[in-house]
Each structure stands twice: as structure tokens, then as C-alpha cells.
Design a protein. Structure first.
Length: 333
């Protein structure tokens, strides 16, 4: 059933049923959108961010300096920052053409420089969080050098092989993704991330690219087992639109099935999906997003109007945050 955004019961969400400690796992623009909506509504908010990115500025810094990729962490830091708007714009500024820094963002370079100053990546993230007055915690899912790999349904995708290596390659796959996995297989979860999950009231998966942002965190055994051991509700936020190659033709059920096939059947308590399908995804600037994700075969799913009117292939931050709190209230009330 489609639900409009609004308060339940007598018009007020009880503070007793607003989760005190929320942990959100993902990467990229989707996770940062969720954080932007929740940061002023949840007392204790933690983001656990994928570190499998190997493209663009993050990939170059990872290759040249041996750092975990900073890009998704940077997006989340900017979303949760309480610093002056100008500082947030500076942090997200990306250098243009005709420069040796082309493609790099200032935030990525700042994190890299801070790693050198503080001695390691962990202290660098903590220092940047302090500089930008981040409201909450932003943690990598692992500090291991992760490589994301996939098996594609296309018979001759890359050099005659069905095997794909690297997040950037997987994200632009022409064939349907059958399975993703990480190397090393026994990558270690970041201890603070595991502790945050075990102490949480609610775990949220997504939104974000299914195979290259959401699932990679769950392939880390320590992270996955911590979610199971926590015993708290687990929400999966399905994407508003399918992504070319990665999830072309997927409905809500396809997203959920892929996630649970890579983890554990029944891991997800509730799915939150967009019920507003009257969106236009035909603009010239929309290159990776194909069509709205529909709700066929949508078990354990609640539908809300989650569309960002300005960027209809993405979630609206405030709409999404309110839907999460309404769903949690309904589940726990």
C-alpha cells in the first residue's frame, strides 16, 4: 500500500519510538542523502561506508598513496557536517580541466593530506570530522585493501571473461550481475563499526548502488555477523531508479533477493521503497538511471513518496528520513 509522508496515530511521533542509535551502511550519494535527513532527528547516528571504490579521484589516491578510498567517506562527512555552508562547498569542490588535479575533489585531497599529518587514515577521518563539526560518526567498513569482484551473465564481457574486477568495472557492466564477492575473502571489519552495530537500535542498508555500495559492506563477515547478532530491526531502502547495467530491469523484489542471496534470507525486517512512479527520467543529464523501480514481488515492503523533485532519480532527504521514523514507530509501537 502506498503511504503518504506524515505522522501516525495522533499526529505526533512518540520520542519513545524514535531510535536513539541508528547505524546506516552504504556508500555514495544514496547514503549521504539518508544521513542529511536523519542527522537532526536521531540522537546518535553512525555511517559505515564502503571502501571498495577504485574509480576516479578515490581510485587514484588509493593507487598512488595506498589509502582506503576517501570519496564515499567525503560525501558522508559533507552531509553530516555542521560547518559553515562555504566550508561544505569547499570540501566537495572538484578541480576542472587543464589542471594536473583534474577530477580530484578538495575533500579527497584534504583527507589524504590529513593522513600524512596524523600518521594514518583513521586519525585523518577523525580530524576532518572535528574540523567540519560532523554531527555523528563516519566509519569505514574495513581498513583492509578490498577488491570487489563479480561474475557477469554476459558470456564475453571483458577479454572473453565473465569475471569482472574492481567497483568501477562492475558498475558499468553490460551484462546482468550474478554474484559479487571481495578479496581478501576474510577481510576484517573495522572494530568501531562492529561495536556501533552491536550497540544500535536500528540498522539501515542503503540507499545506494546495490552491487557496488550496499552489498560490499555485507560481504565483510564481521560486519554481517554483527548485524545478525545485534537482533535489531534491519531496514533496506530500495533505490528510486534502476541503474544501467548494474540493476537494469530490477524491481523491488529483485533488489531484496540479490541482497539476501549474498547475505542471509530474512536478514531484512522491512523494505522501504518509492511509491511515486510518476517521475520523468528522460532528461539528457540522466545517463545511468533507466526507469523507476516498481513494486512487483515486494514482500515485507512499505511504499512512500520518496522522490526528490529536483533530481527524480534520487531520494529526497527529508522524505526518506521521515519514512524511516514512521516505519520504525509502526514496527516498535
Amino acid at each position: 500500500m502506498h503511504k503518504s509522508i506524515g505522522y501516525t496515530d495522533n499526529g505526533v511521533l512518540s520520542k519513545d519510538h524514535v531510535p536513539s542509535r541508528v547505524v546506516a551502511l552504504g556508500g555514495g550519494h544514496g547514503l549521504s542523502t539518508l544521513l542529511r535527513g536523519l542527522k537532526d532527528r536521531v540522537p546518535d547516528l553512525t555511517a559505515i561506508v564502503s571502501v571498495a571504490d577504485d574509480g576516479g579521484s578515490s581510485g587514484l589516491l588509493r593507487q598512488e598513496l595506498g589509502l582506503p578510498p576517501p570519496g564515499d567517506l567525503r560525501d558522508c562527512i559533507a552531509a553530516m557536517a555542521e560547518a559553515e555552508p562555504l566550508m561544505q562547498l569547499l570540501f566537495q569542490y572538484r578541480f576542472g580541466r587543464d589542471s594536473h588535479l583534474e577530477g580530484h575533489s578538495f575533500g579527497n585531497l584534504l583527507i589524504a593530506a590529513m593522513s600524512g599529518i596524523t600518521g594514518d587514515f583513521e586519525n585523518a577521518i577523525a580530524a576532518v570530522n572535528q574540523v567540519l563539526a560532523v554531527k555523528g560518526r563516519i566509519l569505514p567498513s574495513s581498513l583492509d585493501d578490498l577488491v570487489l569482484c563479480a561474475e557477469s551473465a554476459a558470456p564475453e564481457e571483458v577479454n572473453g571473461s565473465r569475471l569482472l574486477e574492481g567497483e568501477a568495472c562492475i558498475g558499468t557492466s553490460a551484462g546482468r550481475i550474478e554474484r559479487v564477492y571481495i578479496r581478501p575473502e576474510r577481510a576484517r571489519g573495522y572494530p568501531q563499526a562492529i561495536q556501533a552495530i552491536l550497540a544500535s537500535d536500528l540498522v539501515i542498508l542503503g540507499p545506494g548502488s546495490l552491487y557496488t555500495s550496499v552489498i560490499p559492506n555485507l560481504l565483510i563477515r564481521d560486519i554481517r555477523e554483527a548485524i545478525i547478532a545485534s537482533g535489531v530491526p534491519v531496514f533496506y531502502i530500495c533505490n528510486v531508479a534502476t541503474q544501467m547495467g548494474e540493476t537494469s530491469g530490477y524491481n523491488v523484489g529483485d533488489h531484496l533477493c540479490a541482497l539476501e542471496e549474498h547475505t542471509l534470507p530474512g536478514l531484512v525486517t522491512r523494505v522501504l521503497a518509492n511509491g511515486n512512479l510518476s517521475v520523468d527520467l528522460t532528461g539528457d543529464e540522466i545517463t545511468r538511471f533507466v526507469e523507476p523501480v516498481t513494486g512487483e514481488y515486494a514482500k515485507r515492503t512499505s511504499f512512500y513518496d520518496l522522490v526528490d523533485e529536483q533530481m527524480p532519480w534520487r531520494h529526497g532527504a527529508q522524505k526518506l528520513a521521515e519514512a524511516v521514523l514512521i516505519e520504525y514507530h509502526a514496527l516498535m509501537g
